[in-house]
Design a protein around this ligand. Sequence first.
Ligand SMILES: CC(C)(COP(=O)(O)OP(=O)(O)OC[C@H]1O[C@@H](n2cnc3c(N)ncnc32)[C@H](O)[C@@H]1OP(=O)(O)O)[C@@H](O)C(=O)NCCC(=O)NCCS
Length: 374
Amino acid sequence: MAGLLEALERYGSTEGTILIWSTREDLEKKGRTISVRPVWSGFLKRIEKTGCEFMISNYHDPDVKYLDQALEMVIGNYREERKAVPCLPPVDAFVEKLRRYLEKLLQGGSGVMLADEDVLLGFMVGYKNSELFGRYDGIYCPVYGHGAKVDNKRDIYGELYGRAARKWVEDGLITHAVTLFTHDGELVDTFFWFGFGLRCVDSIKEVSPADVNMSANIRKVLDDLPALAELHEEHNLFYRGSPMFMPNPREDPVLDLRNWLEKENRHIWIAYEDGEPVGYVRIQPSAESFVSEYEGVMNITAAYVKSEHRNTGVARRLLETVECWLMDTGYTLCGVDFESLNPLGSAFWNRYFTPYNHTLVRRVDERILSLKTL
Ligand SMILES: CC(C)(COP(=O)(O)OP(=O)(O)OC[C@H]1O[C@@H](n2cnc3c(N)ncnc32)[C@H](O)[C@@H]1OP(=O)(O)O)[C@@H](O)C(=O)NCCC(=O)NCCS
């Protein structure tokens, strides 16, 4: 508390409540001492003018007191994104699911909430991830794990991220990932200025009755998985190359495909040229985002064309075949998630799909862990 008061004296008296919490385990490990420093001063300076007092009311929110307000923020953000991407499913389809996800996150995650008495002003909470994009642990803040009430996102997110990041780095969480709605330009720009860069994208398209070219050389996989083994292995290892540099481990491609295909409602198509498999695509009922779990959407989770057959329309024909199947089966939407740092994949998906989620990542210099920070 002393640290907080010192900080407040430096900034004059202010209004509001800062709520900082950790998992129960963290609290036991670290004790309940906490000092709050104005890591980003913008928001503090702004509310300083009201002349009241800042105080910590709690570190931990097991009763998820602010759940409803946090949910409202997330729903509001989704509605805004849907204005830019009208084919996104209506929010009513997700409210209950989002409430459950958010409750779990607020109870088990790590982050910061900023409230003025009973009014939540903003929050940023993520899940710890071991070895996130590297040897060090990190934090992943999903799209429903943050929100702000005020219009000036740069200020309030500066305050939220500044405080949350301090705690995360103290806990050894070096890589920080956050998913934002793509068309929230102000927020995307804000995180860009905080040192984040784009890493993953979730995109969507309406299933459309394209001039479906039901080419005889595209076949749905039933049990001929060995035919796909070479392509699948090549695809897995493709991501090790430049500029992706993703250290995917080598795996048994047939076993991997068999395990994947065993689960319900999963489908693969192979494109053949001269009797040889040259490309494939696969779909499944859910992927990375909560939108991907919508009952009317199916998600592409892999697509690959051998390098010597690229740019001849193989992937386009595979996509058309998938869409044709989706139309016949009653799905209205097709989703995909991909690494933005894969230029081939990005160029292809951006041609047909509209992005709605951007996952941004920042890697803190791990040498800070051995130094005393301010
Ligand atoms: C992405 C990939 C599957 C595309 O396969 P492809 O068979 O070369 O794609 P197509 O030839 O069907 O291309 C379809 C269209 O996109 C265009 N296109 C393809 N690659 C492009 C690129 N790099 N930049 C701009 N446009 C591109 C083509 O010109 C084509 O246009 P058209 O529809 O007017 O004919 C292929 O590049 C690939 O296997 N990449 C490696 C793995 C990968 O990135 N998979 C994606 C997983 S996220």
